[in-house]
Ligand binder design. Sequence first.
Ligand SMILES: Nc1ncnc2c1ncn2[C@@H]1O[C@H](COP(=O)(O)OP(=O)(O)OP(=O)(O)O)[C@@H](O)[C@H]1O
Ligand SMILES: [Mg+2]
Length: 235
Amino acid sequence: MALLETRGLTAHYGDFQALFGVDLDLAEGETMAVIGANGAGKTTLMRSIAGVLAQSPDMVRFDGRAIGAMAPDDIMAAGIAMVPEGRKLFPSLSVEENLLMGCHRRKVAGPWSLETVYGLFPILKERRHQPGTALSGGQQQMVSIGRALMSNPRVLLCDEISLGLAPVVIKDIYAAFPQIRETGASIVVVEQDIGQAMKVADRVHCMMEGRVTLSGKPGELSREAIHDAYFGAAA
Ligand SMILES: Nc1ncnc2c1ncn2[C@@H]1O[C@H](COP(=O)(O)OP(=O)(O)OP(=O)(O)O)[C@@H](O)[C@H]1O
Ligand SMILES: [Mg+2]
């Protein structure tokens, strides 16, 4: 049975429909990548799972519960944490205070604490008393990931964590993923960087214009199939 599933998931912004019946399954311990061009609906999918966009209850199920209509705080308390697009640190708070914000809604025993997050990203320990905004983009992304981990989530949602970062920094950040996976967490990684998605994921789903257009294991998907699913067959 899937730990997290979407069924017939639709989403609207006013009159505009952004998702058209998305069906996805994430197994316990699995890493899923969702790829797609600008505007494909990736962030809308993540917001729908995290409760930022309210949906019908049954459109999102987590651990057997219908969570589609639950509030974001309750979804976080249930065990789904999001690393949002654009990092969204609290600018007036220090690195450490930002990290601690991650667990105020969910205090459960687990592998992640200030100590283990600092072990994962040692630079954050050195900078722990600085405001998050004084950090480089890559370090801010580490804070955002660390903040999500602090709730010891069962599902970690990561929305375009490589956006705007240099390749060497992206590599550093993704180097943390094996350790995150080892804890048994299930992960959804949204990426425009297809190569990065292929490296990290057990399964890849491509979205275009609010629909899943291709799904498979990274090794099974041809470049042509991905190109067509990403840009449309006519492109
Ligand atoms: N707040 C909003 N109001 C109106 N339309 C929106 C809003 N947010 C997103 N959309 C529209 O919904 C569609 C899907 O957007 P979404 O942000 O989910 O795409 P995305 O795949 O995350 O894109 P990107 O890679 O640029 O982040 C787009 O057409 C976008 O213009
Ligand atoms: Mg997005």
